[in-house]
Design a protein around this ligand. Structure first.
Ligand code: AMP
Length: 308
């Protein structure tokens, strides 16, 4: 069975959408990635940090999904990373109201022995210095290293982020971040420029408008499923990344053809994440539901046309 190591925030989130708001609930990039990847029955573990205020039940929730949390350090007298966001009426855009790094500010990650030979590495959203430290602690290069990041780190730690970007295979970012990183408005040109920075594969997430996969002159598009109800897009990008790397880790196949399926798998899982606030939908999601919706994806995108 392939191993997947996930690095990223484990957080408290406070979310406001046009449909309501939540107090501090379980969130964080690594949380969403791991819940999504756990649907593939692989051996996964998280490297992160939380404060003494982080409830034990949250660890139990992750452990119940077979997610190893030995790599989540607890700083007893510190506070857990906190993020507050407010979505606009279109639900595709949001404002970050608060980012309190707290214990993340001076976190030195330690990769558990058990994951030093990980087959796949998912560098989820957090400080690029932490992402780099994890890369350096793994002696044999994993089969695939995937990075997800966001504008916050481009604004505040660009040089460190560029060093990480030079070392990875796949980057997943949203359209605005791809434009910011490359300085190009056209996503095709942006992807070309980003490939020159290091990653051979660039995945650009476009929220309700799907995702694009670029590699060496090739491009593939996965739609997002048109949903009747979207409550809270928080974590959709991370859930996408978890569905992408989870699919690849399960199959062990890192070809472009398989990455196309992985992008569909990521879109499929993200479509569930947004249906409820926070992690709720991902916690209860069943294998049958995932399979049924994959069929919907097939029906949405397949057509026959005669070329004359
Ligand atoms: P997404 O909606 O996929 O972009 O991810 C939302 C999650 O990212 C939330 O659960 C937040 O806790 C987490 N998050 C927000 N800002 C940051 C940041 N600057 N670094 C790492 N994680 C973050």
């Amino acid at each position: 069975m392939n191993k997947l190591l996930i690095v990223g925030t484990v957080a408290f989130d406070a979310i406001e959408t046009p449909f309501g708001q939540t107090d501090k609930i379980l969130g964080g990039a690594a949380t969403y990635i791991s819940l999504s990847a756990s649907k593939f029955g692989i051996k996964s573990g998280i490297v992160s940090v939380v404060g003494g205020d982080f409830p034990k039940e949250y660890f139990e929730k992750l452990n119940a999904k077979n997610i190893n949390t030995d790599g989540i350090e607890i700083i007893e007298d510190g506070k857990t990373f906190f993020w507050k966001g407010k979505y606009h009426n279109d639900l595709n855009t949001r404002d970050t109201l608060i980012t309190d790094l707290n214990v993340l500010a001076d976190f030195n990650p330690v990769v558990p022995e058990e994951f030093k030979d990980t087959d796949f590495l998912m560098l989820g959203n957090l400080h690029p210095a932490v992402q780099m430290s994890v890369i350096q602690q793994i002696p044999v290069r994993p089969k695939l290293v995937v990075l997800d990041t966001m504008n916050f780190w481009m604004d505040n730690t660009l040089d460190e982020l560029m060093e990480v970007i030079a070392k990875i295979d796949v980057i997943t970012i949203n359209d605005e971040e791809a434009r910011q990183l490359s300085g190009e408005y056209s996503l095709v040109k942006a992807a070309q420029k980003i490939q020159k920075m290091g990653p051979k594969y660039v995945v650009i997430k476009k929220g309700e408008h799907g995702a694009l996969l670029f590699n060496d002159g090739k491009v593939f598009f996965a739609p997002a499923l048109p949903l009747e109800e979207v409550f809270d897009p928080t974590g959709a990008g991370d859930t996408f990344a978890g569905g992408f790397i989870g699919y690849i880790a399960k199959s062990g196949d890192i070809s472009f053809e398989n990455m196309k399926r992985a992008v569909i798998s990521g879109s499929n899982l993200a479509s569930f994440c947004v249906e409820k606030f926070g992690t709720e939908r991902m916690e209860n999601l069943t294998y049958d539901e995932i399979q049924k919706r994959l069929l919907q994806f097939k029906l949405l995108t397949q057509f026959d046309i005669e070329l004359t």
